[in-house]
Write a new protein. Structure first.
Length: 235
């Protein structure tokens, strides 16, 4: 039995280590970009709160509330309450990083207002994801332990929902960043090449975290499928 679990642990690292390293690198890039550009003032000296209100108004989204939220890099748009929530550091700082983060979240608000299809798909998947990401690994491991192929297969199917969710999330986030940069440029909030480069660096670093999430979900799913196929051959 110790060999049994040791064997599968080794296999997990073979499948999962590259994705894990990518995730760690992505987090490093996000922290590095935020730390660098939160100390660089944007040319217009606009705080994140000022930029949020300006961009929302420019896109006809004056009905969207802007509130504070605790923590760092916890900024997000809530489509259920039509609320843009900004962390204190972003809301009060006239930095290049604040512009990038705010523009990205306003991009989500625009997606919501225009019924952007991938965003709607992602929202509809949340209940399935919550169930699948919790039950999938449990059912799979129970099926593996008791050599029940059918139960393990159900676990894989449930967990596959998490992988699909990560894949659907990627275009949503990339599109929000693209919209955000275009809004900043179209409304004259980003003028200089230095500000543009800084905003792009912040947005690119954030995008890498979603690429890493896809890699992690797929690598885990492939690991499960590999074990499942081995179980099938042995049966």
């Amino acid at each position: 039995m110790p060999f049994f679990f040791g064997y599968y642990n080794i296999l997990y690292f073979v499948f999962g280590l590259p994705a894990l390293l990518l995730a760690l690198y992505a987090q490093f890039k996000v922290r590095s970009a935020y730390s660098k550009y939160t100390r660089v003032a944007n040319d217009r000296r606009l705080t994140g709160l000022d930029a949020a209100r300006y961009l929302l108004s420019a896109n006809g989204l004056g009905h969207v509330n802007v509130e504070g939220t605790a923590g760092e890099l916890t900024d997000h748009y809530d489509p259920r309450s039509k609320t843009l929530r900004l962390s204190r550091g972003v809301a009060t700082s006239p930095s290049v990083a604040s512009l990038g983060i705010v523009a990205h979240e306003v991009g989500h608000a625009v997606q919501d207002a225009t019924s952007y299809l991938p965003l709607r798909l992602r929202a509809g998947m949340v209940p399935v994801l919550t169930l699948g990401s919790y039950l999938g690994p449990i059912l799979f491991m129970i099926g593996l332990l008791f050599r029940s192929f059918d139960l393990a297969l159900v676990g894989v199917v449930f967990f596959a929902a998490a992988a699909v969710f990560a894949i659907v999330t990627l275009p949503v986030e990339l599109n929000a960043s693209r919209r955000g940069l275009q809004m900043l440029q179209a409304n004259g909030l980003v003028v200089s090449a230095a500000d543009t480069q800084g905003v792009k660096s912040v947005l690119s670093a954030a995008a890498l975290t979603y690429v890493a999430a896809v890699a992690q979900a797929l690598s885990t799913l492939l690991y499960y499928v590999f074990l499942l196929s081995g179980m099938r051959r042995r049966d």
